[in-house]
Design a protein around this ligand. Structure first.
Ligand SMILES: Cc1cc2nc3c(=O)[nH]c(=O)nc-3n(C[C@H](O)[C@H](O)[C@H](O)COP(=O)(O)OP(=O)(O)OC[C@H]3O[C@@H](n4cnc5c(N)ncnc54)[C@H](O)[C@@H]3O)c2cc1C
Length: 413
């Protein structure tokens, strides 16, 4: 080898080392150096995603009847995208947009309904429990409940449903340790199951009194689950109340009290001291219990309640008029898109019924201020609500289904 060849080899070697060094620096800068540690993803059980906007597709993983009469069915829902689900506050609900199949003489149409989450949080599924609603026996020709019967008859494992994220203001105060009194009538047990499970998991020292009113053992949902929880959890005081026990129902075993859940029962069975009350049940139960608790001296800030209806049910015709200072209050309501100006005198109870009674087509869903289907832009005027609606309104919007005009209104409807 000549001296010049040796020099050539040495310079080639040095050049390749410089190039390698440059390449390594470049890779490090780009973050692709081969020494970079692999990215590890937390297991699904430890992940939570933020709430989504609008509708998200869920697949029904399974369905389970919760009562002997098979009128209350749980649906376990898994997100089709497979991503972790956001947590929710115990007591909140999901909103479903359901495309109902065409019935004889009617076209397929979409309805919107809310259903409470009825379990503790899991990152891979949600659970709702739905009671089949049938037409009242005395109402000939009235159809059965549209959504609940659709769920019971047409929604099976593998069905896909469109769902809005958990929402609602009726939820447990998770920062409080005051003993809690959960009062459920019928299917009003669903948000209480979520609250009860949350307390059992996260606040095992918090006393929970559960009062659950049903007719008899046929309609007694989650019977075994509740009995097992009461046997395992010393802090749970279970009071099941049957209004019409069947001959085979055993007091002290199937149920603890006969009659109704009312303020007398609470006075007889609750220990002295402060409590937080959460109530969900039929209108008659709420109308007696909420004032009953106030009359007993419970502060209104300690009484939380939610009503599940009405959806399709209309208020009786010819309701009471809204009166102010001893005279009938009439207000002008202008529906901009329909080009109609009408006079409100309170007979219809809320703006949705008022619009429908006058043939003005507006979207509607739960008819109880929860789902937001009837949200309408308020061009001018102001709307009153008997109690703050569950649905979070943006400025300049109003909810027709629970709203009443305070002053002359101009609505974008
Ligand atoms: C926040 C919230 C949470 C809820 N959580 C739950 C829950 O966890 N589980 C649950 O089961 N439900 C729950 N509900 C109630 C649920 O949303 C529905 O209202 C319920 O399932 C009835 O809906 P539907 O479509 O089956 O009945 P709808 O079709 O709305 O009918 C309701 C009633 O009206 C009658 N009806 C139908 N058409 C007419 C007519 N033209 N004239 C007169 N009457 C008529 C029906 O026969 C029925 O009795 C909740 C509601 C809210 C607001």
């Amino acid at each position: 080898m000549t001296a010049s060849t040796l020099l050539l080899y040495i310079s080639l070697f040095i050049g390749s080392q410089v190039l390698l060094g440059l390449a390594f620096t470049l890779f490090r800068k780009l973050g692709t150096a081969p020494t970079a540690a692999p990215v590890e993803r937390a297991p699904l059980s430890q992940r939570q995603s933020a709430a989504w906007n609008g509708l998200r597709a869920f697949r029904v993983a399974r369905r389970v009847y919760e009562d002997a009469a098979q009128t209350q069915c749980s649906f376990y829902l898994e997100p089709v995208d497979g991503l972790a689900l956001p947590d929710y506050k115990p007591g909140q609900f999901l909103t479903f947009s359901l495309l109902l199949p065409a019935a004889p003489g009617a076209e397929a149409h979409t309805v919107t309904r809310c259903y409470s989450l009825s379990d503790s949080y899991a990152p891979n599924h949600y659970r709702v429990t739905i009671k089949r609603v049938v037409a009242p026996a005395e109402c000939a020709g009235v159809p059965n409940g549209a959504s609940s019967n659709f769920f019971h008859d047409h929604v099976h494992a593998g069905s896909t449903l469109q769902v809005r994220p958990p929402a609602g203001h009726f939820h447990l105060d998770v920062h409080d340790l005051t003993p809690v009194v959960l009062i459920a009538g019928g299917i009003g047990i669903t948000p209480m199951m979520s609250m009860l499970r949350w307390c059992a998991q996260h606040q095992p020292q918090r006393t929970v009194h559960l009062y659950y009113g049903v007719r008899n053992s046929a309609e007694h949902a989650y019977k075994e689950v509740l009995e097992d929880m009461a046997a395992e959890l010393p802090q749970l005081r279970l009071h099941v109340v049957y209004s019409r026990p069947s001959p085979e129902d055993r007091e002290g075993a199937d149920y603890q009290h006969q009659g109704r859940v009312d303020s007398d029962l609470l006075k007889q069975t609750l220990p002295h001291g402060a409590h937080q009350f959460y109530i969900c049940g039929p209108t008659a139960m709420m109308e007696s219990l909420v004032p009953g608790l106030s009359a007993w001296g419970v502060a209104s800030t300690d009484i939380h309640f939610e009503s599940f209806g009405p959806a399709t049910v209309r208020p009786p015709k010819g309701g009471t008029e809204v009166r102010g200072a001893g005279e009938t209050k009439t207000v002008s309501v202008h529906f901009k898109r329909s080009g109609r100006t009408l006079t409100w005198n309170g007979k219809e109870g809320n703006l949705l019924d008022f619009a429908e009674a006058h043939g003005i087509q507006v979207e509607s869903g739960c008819r109880s201020g929860s789902c937001g289907s009837c949200v309408t832009t308020l061009a001018s005027g102001a709307v009153d609500y008997d109690s703050p609606p569950d649905y979070d309104l943006a400025p300049g919007q109003c909810l027709l289904c629970v709203g009443k005009p305070r002053a002359p209104l101009e609505l974008d409807a």
